[in-house]
Design a protein around this ligand. Structure first.
Ligand code: ADP
Ligand code: MG
Length: 309
């Protein structure tokens, strides 16, 4: 006998809902969370559709982790402290093996990002996962896209272009050595939302965004929202050893500039900051738009509707 909806929720999801500030979790009509005095709720939602945001053959465990990381990255980009999340799951069928693996990945992300699963919805249909994240920010403080100032330096965390390099490898367009290939797939399937960094930047950064659509496309939003010009020096971009092993260095830089799905944080703050694990890649000046020392053609990032450029 297949599980009923309630048995399914109880078996796979109800144990992931405990956490600081969670007054009431999975099981009632709503979850209840407490927000300390002086804090505000930050919330964001992301949908992942099979074939668009992940391939049909992704391991369900990776999918469980990835859907949380992608959504939590938006909290990181605002400097918010994670409170919890809800997950709306549309499944074509009840497959115990799949659900078991998916909930393992989800559980790994719950612990890693301290984001208890406080509720959700479970329906039948084509595989589709929606994660809503909830976070807390001190009143009046947040890392906005609109705060960059002429004179700021532009920084990025981690390395860029790895997810794009992984996709190219999966398409058979290049063959990194096995150890580099494994690293790249890990970066594609298990991105790490930079929540600690985001919170650490809350006092100092003037603007921030997470790199989900590609560095140049995402910085375009910062330049437009802040009314500034952003200049990027491609030679400064942090590339992983795996990307550095690509036979054509320019290809690696192009992935770093235009590839999506890295979920690193890109932020602007007064120059010469010493922060571990981040790299200065450019600067903010007066003017408009994003300008890069390497021409990569028109960049619009991934667009679900309308022309692709
Ligand atoms: P309702 O009919 O009131 O929407 P549901 O039957 O959808 O309630 O859900 C029952 C409880 O299980 C609720 O607390 C809901 O938040 C939780 N829930 C349902 N699906 C999930 C899921 N995929 N993950 C986590 N919690 C879930
Ligand atoms: Mg419901």
């Amino acid at each position: 006998m297949p599980l009923t909806e309630f048995e399914l929720i109880y078996r796979y999801f109800s144990s992931l809902g405990r956490g600081e500030g969670v007054d009431l979790s999975v099981g009632d009509d709503c979850a209840i969370l407490s927000l300390p005095p002086g804090e505000r709720l930050a919330t964001s939602v992301d949908t992942l559709v099979e074939g668009v945001h992940f391939p049909a053959d992704i391991f369900p465990e990776d999918l469980g982790f990835r859907c949380v990381s992608v959504a939590a990255s938006d909290l990181a980009a605002m400097g918010a402290r994670p409170l919890g999340m809800t997950v709306a799951l549309t499944l074509p069928e009840v497959d115990d093996l799949w659900l078991n693996a998916f909930s393992q990945g989800l559980g790994a992300a719950v612990s890693r990002f301290r984001l208890p699963l406080v509720g959700g919805d479970t329906t039948r249909g084509p595989l589709n996962i929606t994660v809503q994240v909830l976070g807390a920010l001190p009143a009046g403080r947040a890392l906005l896209r609109s705060g960059a100032c002429a004179g700021d330096a532009v920084y990025v965390s981690g390395t860029l272009g790895d997810a794009a390099g992984a996709l190219a490898f999966l398409r058979g367009e290049w063959q990194p050595d096995p150890q580099h290939a494994e690293y790249l797939l890990q970066r594609l399937y298990r991105p790490e939302a930079r929540l600690e960094l985001g919170q650490a930047l809350l006092g100092s950064a003037n603007a921030a965004i997470d790199v989900s659509d590609g560095l140049l496309a995402d910085l375009g939003h910062v330049a437009a929202a802040s009314g500034v010009r952003i200049e990027i020096e491609h030679a400064r971009l942090p590339l992983s050893e795996a990307l550095q092993s690509h036979p054509e260095p320019l290809q690696a830089y192009k992935w770093a500039l235009t590839g999506g799905d890295d979920y690193e944080l890109c932020f602007c703050l007064p120059p010469d900051a010493t922060l571990p694990g981040v790299t200065q890649i450019g600067r903010v000046t007066t003017g408009e738009g994003v300008h890069c020392s390497l021409a990569v053609g028109a960049v619009r990032g991934y667009q679900h509707f309308g022309a692709r450029g």
